[in-house]
Design a protein around this ligand. Structure first.
Ligand code: PLP
Length: 429
């Protein structure tokens, strides 16, 4: 099956579309960022105009099947009608509020939902606007709650690019130009409990990890690693922060990835899919013990737009849909199907595809080198399939479709990828 190009009722002519693309490129060049403009020209890119379900449509009427989901944002697909309706209804009432002397019901409803769906004793939530902001709050809370300075994170981990989150992010490319970063951040090998043992101690405020490293290249740690980390934190009095910004909201086959190891953090961070792909939102959720300093001083950590009713209405609808449509189960089953097919492909092209790994619908396909992974991204896009590499590991193509993707669409994508790899193999002899 080849996905057909669609005609958006000829909203614009081919010539008009070319003109809009060129004009937008010029604006990127003059007013957004000339570096981005160069990249866009190199990619021969287009302008997006509409999204729906698992599809993105461009200005020329091309239709793309999205296996990227905005790095894990569109778990429900684009513009789920129930999320759109919840936001529209909320918009007619109150859009934004930063009045802290009257109460915000959508935010209170969201915090209740988060307390109910997160594991263990996670109870109190702070609602912000993005993933990196959720991580900032979690790090601040860890330091004040423990009264200690050291934060331990993992090599190749990704937690965002604001200064505190970047201090935890483990990729030198993003860190080095901004040094000195925040003090007392140490990095250890992900998945290696002895490496953590060697660094953790009585000055450790927290260990921050992704349960599965996303941008690092979809790295699933050895079984038992997270429970060992939990134990080590308990033994030393350090807090455990699990960053579920990308792995949360059903992506890896359970509502939160840490549930698969039966591990509960003291603080969990969420963002991306929490807003249903309609509104930007982030959150951190903490146990009453960890949250105590913020309960005592509620103005210590605030945000003008954090907890705004529109974003909270989107998140409330999102959580309900994830439960109603049982998206975590769907992710688990479809992920297994996908992984098996990809592993068979790896067997057919052993020198080209060097690894296939993942959990649920967070899957990484590792190629022999970065250039090859880049060519595959081009080839797939030409055939109407969107994928991208991982920010911390460009040899790995991420396969992260909306959880509503169908088996037929998975088969279609597998076929396109197979042909692209086969073509490369034939070209290289
Ligand atoms: N934490 C993790 C695990 C992420 O994957 C990301 C983004 O990819 C972030 C934090 C940062 O989120 P944001 O881009 O919303 O700031």
């Amino acid at each position: 099956m080849k996905e057909e190009l669609i005609d958006l009722s000829k909203a614009v002519t081919e010539a008009e579309a070319e003109h809009i693309i060129e004009e937008t490129l010029e604006k990127y060049d003059k007013y957004v960022n000339p570096g981005f403009a160069r990249l866009m020209r190199f990619l021969g890119t287009t302008v997006e105009v509409k999204t729906e379900g698992p599809y993105m449509y461009d200005i020329k009427g091309h239709k793309y099947l999205d296996f990227l989901s905005g790095h894990g944002v569109y778990n429900l697909g684009y513009c789920h009608p129930k999320v759109v309706k919840a936001v529209e209804d909320q918009l007619k009432m109150i859009a934004q509020t930063s009045v802290r002397t009257v109460m915000n019901k959508p935010m209170a409803d969201l915090c209740e939902r988060l307390a109910k769906i997160t594991p263990g004793d996670l109870t109190y939530s702070f609602i912000g606007n993005s993933g990196t902001e959720a991580v900032e709050g979690a790090l601040k809370l860890a330091r004040i709650a423990s009264g200690k300075p050291q934060i331990i994170a993992a090599d190749n981990g990704f937690h965002g690019k604001s200064l505190g989150a970047l201090s935890a992010t483990g990729r030198p490319l993003y860190r080095d130009p901004f040094k000195p970063l925040l003090p007392e951040f140490d990095h250890v090998r992900f998945g290696d409990i002895d490496a953590l043992k060697a660094v953790i101690g009585e000055t450790t405020a927290a260990v921050i990890l992704e349960p599965i490293q996303g941008e690092g290249g979809v790295i699933v740690p050895p079984k038992g690693y997270l429970s060992d980390v939990r134990q080590l934190c308990d033994d030393t009095g350090a807090l455990l922060i699990l960053d579920e910004v990308q792995t949360g909201m059903g992506r890896t086959g359970t509502m939160f990835a840490c549930e698969q190891e039966d591990v509960t953090p003291d603080i969990m961070t969420l963002a991306k899919a929490l807003g249903g792909g309609v509104m930007p939102i982030g959150a951190f959720i903490a146990t009453p013990k960890a949250f105590a300093p913020f309960a005592e001083h509620p103005l210590l950590h605030t945000s003008t737009f954090g907890g705004n009713p529109l974003a909270c209405a989107a998140a409330n609808a999102t959580i309900d849909i994830i439960i109603e449509e049982d998206l975590p189960r769907q992710a688990a089953e479809k992920g297994e199907y996908f992984l098996e097919k990809l592993k068979r492909m790896q067997d057919d092209f052993p020198g080209v595809i060097t690894d296939v790994r993942g959990k649920g619908l967070l899957i990484g396909v590792e190629f022999a080198d970065e250039g090859l992974a880049g060519s595959m991204i081009f080839e797939l896009e030409n055939e109407g399939v969107l994928v991208l590499y991982m920010l911390n590991n460009p040899k790995v193509i991420r396969i992260e479709p909306p959880l509503i993707i169908t088996y037929e669409q998975i088969d279609f994508m597998i076929g396109v990828l197979y042909d692209a790899v086969d073509k490369y193999k034939t070209l290289m002899g």
